[in-house]
Design a binder for this molecule. Structure first.
Ligand code: GLU
Length: 304
């Protein structure tokens, strides 16, 4: 398969395409990003690396970080985790407060904000230095010791993160948050501020494409059952309330973030990350989704 040729075709075809969406601006720092940025990196298990555009430039991974924190929480808590967060697609906006009210403070899934905040609470309860441990985990699975938080982005989100404060306070009132609100949000704003490139994200997510084994050294990090579950959650809940459309168009498990990044995997074949900051009305990268649709169509490799 001529993967580099396929990526070049995608870049060429998307360069003619007009976008209609907007860059996320509710986190002030994200509004400063150049909307024309576009990068993509494909990491194939059998044949290596292919890339186009700004694939080595770091951006704010935002909600993509929720896959890393979920992984850590699953390793720490095992099955009891699912008493505090459900595994159903939300069908509501990612930061909805209404849904929490009628579901008594149990978030629909770990990838909406409420769910990720419960996961953050669990990591704060169970780890002495959750921010350091998260960095260590991400650096290990990416094979890159330089990955770090972007403190300007974390501070920027803290200054306008009223809805997230609202979600944690509300869940605390309903008994599903154990720690003080501040350390949970401090951790959450840091995890969302992780700065990574498409290349680094594709490297990190090879873990989920490769059955929980680090491709670089063969180390088994995650059980087969846990990888299956994380990938299933990415398939059903990874794209805000557009997970159905993403399955329909692209056909891969993955996760997107409001920084314009999308990462997706084909179990046993490849991981891929794409970045373009302009978001569609549901919050997914407009060109990112189009690029992945072309990738699975041109290669014939979706999971369906
Ligand atoms: N930090 C963002 C928030 O909580 C993450 C949102 C996202 O990427 O989906 O609003």
């Amino acid at each position: 398969m001529e993967y580099q040729k396929i990526l070049n075709t995608i870049q060429e075809e998307l360069s003619y395409r007009n976008t209609t969406g907007k860059v996320a601006s509710y986190i002030p720092e994200l509004a400063k990003v150049d909307p024309k940025k576009f990068g993509m990196h494909l990491y194939c298990r059998d044949s290596g690396h292919y890339s186009i555009g700004d694939s080595k430039e770091k951006f704010s991974i935002q909600s993509i970080s929720k896959v890393f924190t979920l992984t850590m929480a699953m390793q720490l808590l095992g099955e009891s985790l699912w008493e505090r967060v459900d595994v159903e697609p939300s069908g509501d906006p990612f930061n909805s407060l209404t849904q929490l009210e009628y579901e008594q403070g149990i978030p629909r899934n770990p990838f909406i904000n409420a769910g990720a905040l419960v996961i953050a609470d669990i990591l704060v309860s169970n780890l002495k230095n959750p921010k350091t441990d998260l960095l260590e985990f991400v650096r290990k699975i990416t094979g890159n010791q330089e990955i770090d938080y972007d403190l300007t982005v974390a501070t920027s989100e803290k200054s306008t993160g009223y809805r997230n404060y609202g979600l944690v306070n509300y869940m605390k009132a309903l008994g599903n948050i154990k720690n003080d609100v501040e350390p949970i949000l401090d951790f959450y704003f840091h995890q969302c501020s992780l700065a990574m490139s498409c290349e680094e994200l594709a490297n990190a997510f090879m873990l989920y494409a490769n059955g929980g084994i680090l491709l670089e050294n063969g180390e088994k990090i995650l059980s087969t059952k846990r990888v299956k579950r994380i990938n299933a959650l990415m398939q059903t809940c990874g794209f805000y309330d557009e997970a159905g459309e993403f399955s329909f168009e692209v056909g891969l498990p993955g996760k997107s973030g409001v920084g314009g990044g999308i990462v997706a995997i084909h179990p046993s074949k490849y991981s891929v990350a794409v970045w373009s900051p302009i978001l569609n009305p549901k919050g997914n990268s407009e060109l990112g989704m189009a690029a992945l649709e072309k990738l699975t169509t041109l290669t014939g490799f979706s999971i369906f």
